[in-house]
Design a protein around this ligand. Sequence first.
Ligand code: ADP
Length: 590
Amino acid sequence: MLNSIRWRITVTYFSLFLLTILLLSGVLSKVLENYFINNLTVSLTKEAIIAQQFIEGSYPANQQGLDALVKELGATISTRITIIDHTGRVISDSDEIALIMDNHLDRPEFIQALDGKIGSSTRFSTTINTTMTYVALPLTHKNEVVGAVRLSIPTDQIHSTLREINTILLFTFLLAILIFVILSLRLSSIISKPLEEVTRSATRIALGDLKHRIFTLAQGEIGQLEQAINFMAEKQQEKIAEIDDKKSKLEAVLSHMTSGIIVVNHKGSITLINHAAQALLGVKAHKVLDKSFQAVLRHGDILTDLNQVLQQGKVVTRDIYIENPTAKSLQLVMAPIYHDKVIWEGVLVLTDVTAIKELEKMRSQFVANVSHELRTPLTSIKGFVETLQSGMVTDQNTRERFLTIIASETERLSRLIEDILDLSKIEANKNKPQLDTILLDTIIDDTIHQLKDQADKAGLVISTSSSFDNIKVLATYDGLKQVLLNLLQNAINYTSPNGTIEVSVKEEPSHYIVAVKDTGVGIPAEDLPRVFERFYRADKARSREKGGTGLGLSIVKHLIESFGGSIWAESLEGKGSTFYFALRKPEDNC
Ligand code: ADP
């Protein structure tokens, strides 16, 4: 309160005013006093001149005559009259007994008068205990100063008049002060009100109410201050909106990205962890925030890497394998975050590379398998060709048998290469095949018809156990044909004569399930989950004998999945197998 502008303005103005008033009243009272005393001196001088003339006119008079004159004159003009000789001895006084009065030669007015001038003085008289104004004139006789006459009057009157004037002045000043206080309070309020409003508004804005604006309609500097604060608030609002926007974008990016992000401060504590990182490491943000990074990922090498990042500003990449919450391979990229050219924090980007690693493993296994598969027929062909070339086989029948083997191995080789090519073609187009609406009855009839000779030779009959009329599925014609061919060929290959092969279909709300059932050798339970893997053979001898490549089911699986369907198998060893595949219905058919 005492520090408020209003109060300070009032106090300053009041002090200035009071000082002025005090000075003014001091000066005024002195001026008035001087004025009255001067006036008094002037009229006293006039009277003194008259007294001087009277006394000089009756000079030299005897003591009694002089006393009578002085007393009468003094009474007439109501003024004390004192006469001294040139030695300063009081020879007559209208109010006192001259004889008992001390020598007056030292009185300043008498000194001047004896010097032939008009002497005057105002001072406190100890004789009568009051302030007196004195005027003295020389008394001359025959052109010689023989003494002096002095008129004196108490200045009480003047002082009481002055006191009255001062009392009036005091009341006037008090009234003026009162009016002034009221006015200065009003004035300071006019000045301070907008300032207080500005202060209140600025505080509101500073506390976060950035939408608040000041409207006091003040002019001048305060008006400019208001505009500046409003402008500042507007800019601040824009900046915060910008930051909020960036923040929400960043949050959206961080929470939706598949890579894990962890930010660690220079003490090694986690300051940020996104959803992906929490999922990858099996932790919850509220439990690990502000906790040591080690608590989340215990790996000696990472701590060393992190130190390099935070102390030397290096960017470090490392692949690690973790077992919890699930076994996976992670790639870690660690980089520094700078703030004012100082390393502030470190960011860790965690990418789950398990699938990539597995794919790499699968690819190298595939290459090894392919090489192995190719080498087997090639070795056999090479062996038979060399034997024939050596001319050691003379028997025509043996030669022909060798040539038949060479031909069949060549055939297997070319089938193998064709299957590998098919597989890579399907894999390449896996995500973007152009699906058509395929009528199942024609494609199944065609396939069965195509395999009829082969089935006849094997002593088998392929039949359909349900009607396929007007059943439409989503697939590619060639792809679905290859699926049916592979499955039916396998059924023929792995079923003994007199067995049966049956194709049937079952309708589901959104798809059809096609089943290819045989009464063949079946697949051992432990092999069943793996028959769709590349080059996996449950019955190696039979597969080789039938010229199998071990890729047929793998091709089938890839094709069905590229149609958006699924495939599975059921089998009982020695009893037979059923391969099922589900295909979607076209949209307008659901
Ligand atoms: P292959 O060329 O060896 O037939 P596939 O990928 O077509 O290769 O099949 C993989 C393995 O699954 C085969 O080697 C065989 O052991 C088994 N298999 C496939 N179909 C049948 C079936 N209908 N009956 C029994 N076993 C089968």
